[in-house]
Design a protein around this ligand. Sequence first.
Ligand SMILES: *Cc1c(COP(=O)(O)O)cnc(C)c1O
Length: 222
Amino acid sequence: MNVTDNLKQVLAELPSGVRLVAVSKFHPNEAIEEAYRAGQRIFGESKVQEMTGKYESLPKDIEWHFIGHLQTNKIKYMAPYVSMIHGIDSYKLLAEVNKQAIKAEKVIRCLLQIHIAQEETKFGFSFDECKEMLNAAEWKALANIQICGLMGMATNTDSKEQIEREFRSLNCFFHEVKKQYFANEPTFCELSMGMSHDYHLAIKEGSTLVRVGSKIFGERVY
Ligand SMILES: *Cc1c(COP(=O)(O)O)cnc(C)c1O
């Protein structure tokens, strides 16, 4: 199996309305170019420096999605070209993205990351923290960011039931937030959930963006 075959296999399983973020972190430009030649345009990276290097040497119609943990001091490097940032988990980060988006004279699409897994190590707002941030309403004054939806990662477990439960809870919360805060905003429409081992479950529970890496590019060598 090669990248092209893997990619086609994943794409063939996606229902309409679900898009693929091909997670290329730790894989070389050649692997991305192969997926690009097969038609893939959305790629996900988790390190700003790595993503910027790839952005500079690869075709400019690639949509770069940042899916890693954000550091405020790195946002400026990706602001000029990044298409979507999946991992916003504080108001402070959102405000910094806005500031850098102003400098880059653009609007940056963002997803709020919600902590739905049991592991302590995964980042994100709790449901309550997220609502608190949205209730405070300061974000409404940030004209150069657009909150387009939510992102989450399920627990790394063999329990299908647990993964389904976590994705379902995020989907429920997504609809609640949409109704309460974004009722008149059709751009609040993305639910980013599902990775190589659980994207089938995520799709069943309402995902619109799956982030699949190793299933397409093979195991990562760190
Ligand atoms: C690495 C990563 C992925 C892709 O993981 P795979 O198991 O290789 O599909 C998806 N989402 C996030 C946030 C990641 O960091």
